[in-house]
Design a protein. Structure first.
Length: 207
């Protein structure tokens, strides 16, 4: 099996937090509660939307949502690494190739991403491209990438709200924000059709 059961995913999730807190750069202040809230909300939304489709398996969607950010078991800023790569390697080591792929793809809304949209981790883009060169984006990749941008620190929000917060943290350009926003709305339209209902209405997000 290339993805864990929900019980196994929960155990891995707790292990990720345990590992991070044993490093020289553990979660501090409100970081751990925010991390937990964010990952659990991604998982819950993934489950809810998967159940609205005819093709996605909700347990798989939940596990992928819960573990998409497992690369944050290392402080990427202090350790000079991109969390997507960390998560990819960790899940590959456990034999969960599909989760490993989502660890990478949740940060890139299309496989042909533009470098200028990701200046905040530009030093890792060449390695990301190498890892992702043989990936085929599937509906789980698209789903988790979209949902990751529909909540901020465990609070459901619009794409615009999430991008505003990201811009403050990473100083992304208005051009990059606009380009990413269009990609996100393309994903939303795709899942609106899959769910046969507006995603924002399902999640009670104000437009």
């Amino acid at each position: 099996m290339s993805f864990p059961t929900i019980a196994e995913a929960e155990q891995i999730f707790e292990k990720v937090i345990e590992v991070r807190n044993a490093t020289q750069h553990p979660f501090v202040g409100n970081m751990e509660p925010s991390f937990r809230a964010h990952c659990r909300l991604v998982a819950k939304i993934a489950e809810a939307l998967a159940k609205k489709t005819k093709t996605l398996e909700w347990r798989k969607a939940y596990a992928m949502g819960l573990l998409h950010d497992c690369g944050r078991m290392i402080d990427e800023w202090n350790e000079n690494i991109f969390h997507g790569i960390v998560g990819y390697r960790y899940m590959k080591s456990l034999g969960y190739d599909e989760i490993a792929q989502v660890c990478m793809t949740h940060s890139f809304y299309t496989p042909d991403f533009k470098d200028e949209d990701y200046i905040h981790f530009k030093d890792y883009l060449a390695e990301c491209r190498e890892i992702m060169k043989d990936f085929t984006y599937n509906d789980y990749d698209k789903l988790i990438a979209m949902i990751d941008m529909l909540n901020n620190k465990g609070r459901i929000c619009s794409f615009e709200d999430r991008l505003t917060d990201i811009a403050k943290r990473y100083n992304t350009t208005p051009e990059a924000q606009a380009h990413i926003l269009q990609q996100l709305y393309d994903l939303k339209s795709y899942f609106d059709e899959k769910c046969q209902r507006d995603i924002y209405e399902i999640l009670s997000i104000s437009k």
